[in-house]
Ligand binder design. Structure first.
Ligand SMILES: [Zn+2]
Length: 344
């Protein structure tokens, strides 16, 4: 195993089996070595990454050059140019076959330091999906002392990588310290460093500080599943209790706190037992009618959504949802389709 592949597996393991940080195939990690960047392949779960699976390898310099020089003009054109550059940068394995398609977030990984971790931490999303986002971010900066940049909501892909690069350019041009952590509105968090242990330290400290700032004592609910005869059900009562508490209907789930929700919820929820869809919500139980891997992604996403919603509501604040226009764009993206196709 090469040193870099060993590095990315070791880094990824620190964040695996943590449904409070990663839901479904979300989030990604990368490690740079010389002119190569090893990065999580699109559509894989953290624990599915092995020496042979779920890792891509790209030449990161052309991708980084693109983002440092590109002008954001037309969403569609920018997205297409980026995909072409990333496609061309994918390396061949020693047996001549191509490495799998890299994460749709390859752009921001390419412009950041040697070790990069991006998660959908529910703790950071308590700030990122909060109507008091900016005020809470200021408190977090004060308590951690980290160089934190707050990025407004943009569609994952070109838009996000572009804004991360712009933050680096802005800091340099103004003689400021390089941002160490990026909080992404309605999305998650990115940390990077040239030192292996630093990234984990940033992310752990931030989660702890957010829990302190918001006075959160309770543990994160279990997101495990129990097998039924022909379906799956949650091992914990948390999700059904929340659904009852907020009298959740279809409209409740159409309010979007973060992009992955649309991938898993849209058109998949029914409240009618006689016609179960992927997510069937009865009066006392939720059941998932699909393969285990997909049921787990759905359940982790549902648990995160309800946890963030409920915690923000109990803090005398209001959640901040994403607009319909942003959501349509996410559903039409080709990379997102690619990711969706892995569940079929
Ligand atoms: Zn993400």
């Amino acid at each position: 195993m090469t040193e870099a592949i060993h590095g990315i597996l070791k880094l990824t393991k620190l964040f695996s089996q943590r449904p409070d940080l990663i839901q479904g195939p979300g989030g990604n990690t990368s490690v740079k070595k010389d002119d190569k960047m090893y990065i999580k392949a699109s559509g894989f779960r953290f624990e599915e990454m092995t020496e042979e699976t779920g890792i891509s390898c790209v030449d990161y310099q052309p991708i980084s050059n693109f983002f440092f020089n590109v002008e954001a003009t037309d969403k569609k054109e920018n997205e297409e140019s980026m995909l072409k550059i990333v496609d061309n940068a994918v390396n061949l394995k020693s047996d001549g076959s191509q490495y799998p398609k890299p994460s749709m977030e390859t752009g921001f990984h390419a412009v950041l330091d040697k070790y990069v971790v991006h998660t959908h931490s529910v703790w950071s999303n308590l700030i990122n999906c909060n109507s008091k986002r900016l005020e809470l971010t200021e408190k977090l900066k004060e308590s951690t002392g980290f160089e934190i940049v707050s990025i407004p909501f943009v569609s994952p892909g070109f838009g996000l990588s572009y804004l991360v690069t712009q933050a680096l350019i802005h800091a340099k041009a103004n003689g400021k310290k390089k941002p160490e952590v990026f909080l992404l509105a309605n999305h998650g968090i990115i940390a990077h460093s040239d030192t292996f242990g630093k990234v984990k330290e940033y992310l752990d400290s931030i989660d702890t500080s957010i829990q302190e700032i918001m006075g959160i004592k309770a543990d994160y609910p279990s997101a495990k599943l129990i097998a039924l005869e022909d379906a799956w059900k949650p091992a914990s009562d948390f999700t059904i209790e929340m659904i009852k508490k907020y009298q959740a209907d279809i409209g409740f789930f159409e309010q979007v706190l973060f992009p992955d929700q649309t991938v898993f919820f849209k058109g998949n929820i029914s409240f009618n037992d006689s016609q179960p869809s992927r997510i069937s919500i009865g009066s006392d139980v939720i059941s998932y009618h699909c393969k285990e891997r997909e049921a787990l992604s759905i359940h982790e996403t549902l648990t995160a959504y309800l946890f963030i919603f409920d915690t923000i509501m109990s803090q005398q604040s209001l959640p901040k949802f994403i607009t319909a226009e942003d959501i349509d764009y996410i559903n039409s993206m080709s990379m997102e389709k690619h990711r969706k196709s892995l569940f079929e």
